[in-house]
Design a protein around this ligand. Structure first.
Ligand SMILES: [Zn+2]
Length: 129
């Protein structure tokens, strides 16, 4: 049995997930900003859906899970949290890659994004955390 979640319930779940993710400044000390450049692709005639740039500051929630924009996609999306985590850990400035959506209604990978993540670190070289 499948119960369709109401919009309100979904919103609440997202809010809870965001709070659970914590703030950028708490999770990644020494990071002054994180920038995502993303291009969304879909299968078909017009593969480029849209381009998007997102900026995260230390006061923002460290919620790096991007929604899949494909109509009817459930439980899909793109999790950039591991990308940010490994980048911040190695203290590198930027990385590029591609992620495929594996929504439950399509195992083929109906959509994907290519991303470039750039992290700006604070100038002071203190190694806290
Ligand atoms: Zn999807």
């Amino acid at each position: 049995m499948r119960n369709k979640q109401s919009y309100r319930e979904k919103q609440e779940l997202e809010r809870v997930a965001m709070v659970a993710a914590g703030l950028v400044g708490e999770r990644y000390s020494g990071v002054s900003s994180i920038e995502f450049h993303m291009t969304y692709f879909q299968r078909g005639l017009h593969p480029v859906l849209m381009e998007r740039t997102l900026n995260f500051l230390p006061a923002n929630y460290a919620c790096f899970h991007m929604k899949c924009v494909q109509e009817g996609c459930t439980d899909g999306g793109y999790d950039l949290a591991p990308v940010v985590a490994s980048l911040a850990k190695s203290r590198k400035k930027s990385t590029k890659g591609k992620i495929f959506c594996h929504g439950t209604n399509d195992t083929l990978g109906h959509a994907s994004i290519s991303y470039e993540v750039t992290i700006q670190y604070q100038k002071s070289g203190s190694k806290a955390g």
